[in-house]
Design a protein around this ligand. Structure first.
Ligand SMILES: C[S@@+](CC[C@H](N)C(=O)[O-])C[C@H]1O[C@@H](n2cnc3c(N)ncnc32)[C@H](O)[C@@H]1O
Length: 342
């Protein structure tokens, strides 16, 4: 792939916005990109420093050679299936715009349901104490910190690179003083919360099986961090550990809330032991229904057929499943566990 403008072949400087969009769309479609028109528009708008909706109004405008060359450079990256959000360098999540790059997973619209559920659970709790395990770019914890001004909020990730990005996003949003960021594996960074417990532990753990990830679209498989996506052979390795260890970090009445794959509901139910859980249906936010992530990245969930691996070897220690919330498509999406004595 060309790395600099100088390496891009000479371009026709007489091309209009309409011309380059049409050619760009065609070339992205030929490369197998899912939304070629939308992506071409985002890339061109980015090059021109305007909002995508302006392109239609300005379709006769002629690009200068530098603009067209930059557009060709970005198109080439997208033809190589680099995710749009990584090329643009940002993604929308909930009511935030976050910097994104290959240090962390691109936040997905469906994860906004986790934020909604967390806020619902914490409603009426004064000065709630929350920790997020696996914060990635910081999407969830930053959305929560904004909505919980009196909250005591911590976030950790096993990836130092992801944690650095989350801190950068916190600074960009003026929230850096609000969040206690710590590196480390699952609950290891939080020994001071052990026994005492918090009101909510929230996580969007890696939950794809190895095979699901290996057969995912190139945007996901080849560019996003593997440790952010793959939950071991059957996708449930991190979920099992989360559910197995969380009880010591929850105060009575506290909740463990995490995202699951649409085919994992039954396996997660089985984690809770023989008691039949209450199954609730939740509605996602209007933002989610509209797919609010302007970067239009590939959904993790849309990458593979749902599977339902059995989980018979592990039962939640001291926890029980309280709710399995469905997303706007009616698929299991969020699990809520509580302490058995809570
Ligand atoms: C699916 S990504 C979620 C990122 C972010 N919370 C979001 O929703 O966009 C999972 C995150 O968990 C982190 N992670 C994976 N295994 C972990 C572990 N054992 N302990 C802590 N973090 C872990 C990954 O580095 C990654 O950032």
């Amino acid at each position: 792939m060309p790395q600099t403008l100088a390496e891009i072949p000479t371009v026709n400087s007489k091309s209009s916005i309409g011309d380059v969009l049409r050619d760009g769309e065609e070339s992205l479609a030929a490369a197998g990109v899912e939304n070629p028109r939308l992506d071409a528009e985002h890339l061109l708008a980015h090059c021109l420093g305007i909002e995508p909706w302006r392109l239609l109004l300005e379709r006769e405008r002629v690009l200068n050679p530098a603009q067209e060359a930059q557009f060709q450079l970005l198109l080439e990256a997208r033809r190589l299936r680099r995710p749009l959000a990584y090329i643009l360098g940002e993604a929308g999540f909930y009511d935030l715009v976050l910097s994104v790059d290959p240090r962390a997973l691109i936040p997905r619209p469906e994860t906004e349901l986790l934020v909604e559920k967390a806020l619902q659970i914490l409603e009426g709790t004064t000065g709630p104490e929350v920790i997020e395990i696996g914060c990635g770019s910081g999407a969830i914890v930053l959305a929560l910190a904004r909505r919980l001004p009196s909250g005591r909020i911590g976030a950790s990730d096993v990836s130092q690179a992801a944690l650095d990005l989350a801190k950068e996003n916190a600074a960009r949003l003026g929230l850096e003083g609000r969040i206690d960021f710590r590196p480390g594996d699952l609950f290891a960074p939080w020994p001071d919360r052990r026994g005492r417990g918090v009101d909510l532990v929230v996580a969007n753990p890696p939950y794809l099986s190895r095979e699901e990830l290996d057969t995912a679209p190139p945007e996901v498989r080849d560019y996003e961090p593997r440790e952010a996506l793959e939950g071991g052979e059957d996708g449930l390795a991190v979920i099992r550990r989360l559910v197995g260890e969380a009880a010591d970090y929850l105060r009575p009445g506290g909740r463990l809330l995490f995202e699951i794959g649409s085919g994992q509901g039954q396996a997660v139910r089985e984690l809770s032991g023989p008691a039949a859980p209450v199954i609730a249906r939740s509605e996602a936010t209007k933002q989610s229904q509209l797919g609010s992530n302007s970067a239009g990245q590939v959904s993790v969930e849309d990458c593979f057929a749902p599977s339902a691996p059995a989980m018979t070897d592990s039962v939640a220690a001291g926890l029980e499943l309280i709710e399995l919330a469905k997303d706007y498509c009616g698929r299991d999406r969020v699990a809520v566990f509580g302490r058995r004595n809570g």
